[in-house]
Design a protein around this ligand. Structure first.
Ligand code: NAP
Length: 243
């Protein structure tokens, strides 16, 4: 496992699901970890508590990452408590299920703000520190829905495809500065987001089951450990692309 001792990581949406597993894996690799959440304070505190229990520094920090003032406040708090942020995992996201006829402008705007604009806001907030130190790792948790139809809707497809474009745009401009930017693109992972559609989802996957948050965390740590890989998308999807 990559040794991340002396590194500081911020994981957005880390109170549960994939973000929680990524935060715990980063702590296990030695990083100090900021655990962002928007509503579930107790869950985020439990994740931070587990990381502290294992001997690493951790902080639960509330912020709606679609709001620039919240993001600025979050980054200030993390840097004051843990130090400059070396690793950013843009994971927070929402999947509002909508068909073609019931998708509203409000659903579209909220999805783009939470899933895509948030990654821009958080990246912009941490970049000055990473550029000054000439080291950084940014991993954007996109989705197989960036390239496929998925189960959520066209607004979600657009938000995740936008995230992949953002990743390539930053990766190209930061490669010379020791900062890598990649996507991990999960499909059909067993979290709250899948909700009651577990059986329907599992039936579509060649390996015959849903993925686990820990499997997505493992791919995220792999990307963070590789300095020669940037602007890429790693699919963690149980072979779904063969369907
Ligand atoms: P989840 O279990 O629903 O958890 C969502 C997390 O995001 C929670 O920690 C939630 O915080 C946080 N969050 C939501 N809105 C936020 C906001 N405005 N500001 C800050 N945090 C916010 O989701 P998940 O399945 O782990 O998904 C994580 C990421 O993976 C998402 O970007 C999702 O699109 C992507 N993804 C998931 C799957 C899948 O099959 N599960 C597949 C492809 C991609 P609270 O707990 O405080 O509400």
């Amino acid at each position: 496992m990559t040794d991340l001792a002396d590194r500081v990581a911020l994981v957005t949406g880390a109170s549960r699901g994939i973000g929680r597993a990524v935060a715990l894996a980063l702590g296990e690799a030695g990083a100090a970890v900021a655990v962002n959440y928007v509503e579930r304070a107790a869950d985020a505190e439990a994740v931070a508590g587990a990381i502290r229990q294992a001997g690493r520094a951790a902080l639960a920090v509330k912020a709606d990452v679609s709001q620039s003032a919240d993001v600025a406040d979050m980054v200030r708090k993390v840097e004051a408590a843990l130090g400059s942020i070396d690793i950013l995992v843009n994971n927070a996201g929402i999947g509002i299920m909508r068909g073609l006829d019931d998708l509203t402008e409000a659903d579209f705007d909220r999805t783009i703000a939470v899933n895509l604009k948030s990654a821009f806001l958080c990246t912009q907030a941490v970049l000055p520190g990473m550029r000054a130190r000439r080291w950084g790792r940014i991993v954007n948790i996109s989705s197989g829905a960036a390239r496929g139809a998925g189960m959520v809707g066209a607004h979600y497809n657009a938000s995740k495809a936008g995230m992949e474009g953002l990743t390539r745009g930053y990766a190209a401009r930061l490669a010379k500065e020791g900062i890598t930017v990649n996507n991990v693109a999960p499909s059909l992972i067993d979290t709250d987001m899948i909700g009651s559609r577990r059986a329907e989802a599992a039936a579509r996957i060649p390996v015959g089951r849903l993925g686990t948050s820990e499997e997505v965390a493992q791919a995220t740590l792999m990307v963070i450990g590789n300095a020669y890989m940037t602007g890429q998308t790693v699919q963690t999807n149980g072979g779904l692309h063969f369907n």
